[in-house]
Design a protein around this ligand. Structure first.
Ligand SMILES: Cc1ncc(COP(=O)(O)O)c(C=O)c1O
Length: 485
């Protein structure tokens, strides 16, 4: 760990940091810990200190030692406080990965969190204050479950202007972020007779949990260097698909032009629906962002937008832009679940977007992300050689290919001991939970989110990752598809 040296004996500090990593599952059950000698070297402490730490954690049940296989993290007893219900842990730890964890870190490469230091709080507070002064009194008591008409007009105008969409206010439902929009859209599709949805593999594993809760059967469809494999989508038997065309999560590829056309052709052929997670679309560095699929086929595409990346996840506002036949169903889901979105916040967001300050904020953070991305590229090349970083054309995460034979799990576990939080690509694979899924043909890789890490942290983090790759126990075969946290 780049041991965060605080007050008190070193051994106690190491213990506390390891315990915290196991409790919040940055170190998962059965992950192998470095030998006492190796950890002592890495931390610059005496071996005796680490032996004492391990003995203490063994006694407390956090870790276990098995003859011949070193020291491993024990399965966490169910009574132990977990950050999330166990059935969701494996699926969801990827999204907004670990930024909410409390332990000290050299670098947190969890993806999905924007630069929290840049959230335009002054602009937001000005917009909230204006909303409280100007919102008609009647609207304080009479919320529309579809969302405020003002915000629906503003977000659809924004989507037309910035994302080349073609939705109008009547097509929009305001929701509490992408996930809620997804859950409501899927519940509505289920009521329209759609039974199976295809999900990108690799992709965030909580999406299949959300799909199952909505009553749909979720099937994986592989992603290759051009995005979702539409040929395989045809074979899947699904009539709906959820995908991230602008910047695939987590591989970072953009859906290729012919794939976009093939996808729309597929939807028309099977009378299907494309759910577009318009994720990372605002942050394209090499060219204008590719337009939203919704603009390509508004009758077949449900577009989901959110300000979690462009402003902050805590604002919890997003939108669903749906073909007219689904709008009433989605509005009804919203009404039954929570009656509507917060009126003052909706008005504040509408005012912020209309004022031009939202666009100004995007221009500013785009430059911050561009600079971080450049540092990441340079550091990764220096540490691992050329051509190892992929998916950098857009967004705030990239894929770092590890040397052949490297074990994602071992690198992730060792990186955690060095204070670096990161996920392996296998963490996003369906194969992690499905013994019948195909083995992962991809070489081992790490998913590096760089939205909320400073350039300084990126430098330190990449160097620590290089150390982790050097020191991992290798080769561990066939272990890459297994979840790491
Ligand atoms: C793939 C993907 N889409 C969208 C989002 C935004 O989700 P929400 O609006 O629910 O915060 C995230 C954030 O974690 C994500 O990982």
């Amino acid at each position: 760990m780049a041991l965060e040296r605080g007050a008190g004996p070193l051994g106690i500090q190491i213990q506390d940091q390891l315990r915290a990593a196991i409790r919040d599952r940055r170190l998962g059950a059965e992950e192998r810990l470095p030998s006492t000698r190796r950890l002592a070297e890495l931390l610059g402490v005496s071996r005796g200190t680490v032996v004492d730490v391990y003995q203490q954690l063994l006694a407390e049940g956090y870790i276990e030692a098995a003859a011949g296989s070193g020291t491993r993290v024990a399965a966490i007893p169910s009574g132990l406080p977990a950050r999330q219900p166990p059935d969701i842990v494996a699926a969801s730890a990827s999204a907004s990965a670990s930024a909410s964890s409390t332990g000290p870190a050299e670098a947190d490469f969890g993806y999905g969190i924007p630069d929290l230091g840049s959230v335009p709080l002054t602009d937001w507070s000005r917009a909230v204050s204006e909303a409280t002064r100007t919102l008609p009194t009647a609207e304080l008591g009479d919320e529309d479950p579809a969302g405020s008409r003002h915000l629906r007009k503003v977000v659809t105008a924004y989507h037309r202007r910035v994302r080349s969409g073609c939705a109008v206010a009547e097509d929009a439902v305001i929701v509490s972020g992408f996930r809620q929009g997804l859950a409501f859209a899927l519940a509505t599709l289920a009521r329209h007779g759609i039974q199976r949805i295809a999900l990108e593999d690799p992709g965030p594993r909580e999406h299949d949990v959300i799909a199952r809760r909505a009553g749909l059967d979720a099937v994986p469809v592989p992603v290759d260097d051009h995005g979702l494999d539409v040929g395989r989508l045809h074979q899947s038997g699904a009539r709906a698909v959820l995908l991230t065309p602008a910047h695939q999560c987590p591989t970072g590829v953009a859906l290729g032009p012919s794939r976009r056309r093939d996808l729309v052709a597929w939807a028309n052929e099977v009378d299907g629906v494309i759910i577009e997670d318009d994720y990372d679309a605002e942050f394209r560095y090499d060219r204008q962002p590719v337009g939203s699929l919704q603009g390509l086929d508004p009758a077949r595409v449900i577009a989901l937008g959110s300000v979690s990346k462009t402003l902050a996840p805590a604002i919890r506002l997003g939108w669903v832009l749906a073909p007219p036949r689904f709008v009433a169903g989605i509005v009804e889901e919203k009404r039954l679940s929570c009656r509507g979105a917060p009126g003052l916040d909706q008005e504040a967001l509408a005012l912020l977007m209309e004022s031009g300050r939202f666009d100004r904020h995007l221009r500013r953070v785009r430059e911050i992300y561009r600079a971080r991305r450049d540092v990441l590229a340079a550091e990764a090349e220096a540490a691992f050689g050329p051509g190892r970083l992929h998916g950098l054309a857009a967004g705030c995460h990239a894929l770092l290919r590890l040397p052949d034979g490297a074990s994602e799990r071992a690198v992730v576990a060792t990186a955690a001991t060095l204070g670096v939080r990161v996920n392996g690509l296998g963490h996003y694979r369906f194969a992690a939970a499905d013994a019948e899924a195909e083995p992962d043909p991809r070489p081992p890789a790490l998913v590096l989110g760089f939205g909320n890490v400073s350039e300084h942290q990126i430098r330190r983090g990449i160097r620590a990752l290089a150390t982790a790759v050097q020191h991992q126990s290798r080769p561990l075969r066939n272990d890459n598809p297994t979840p790491t946290h």
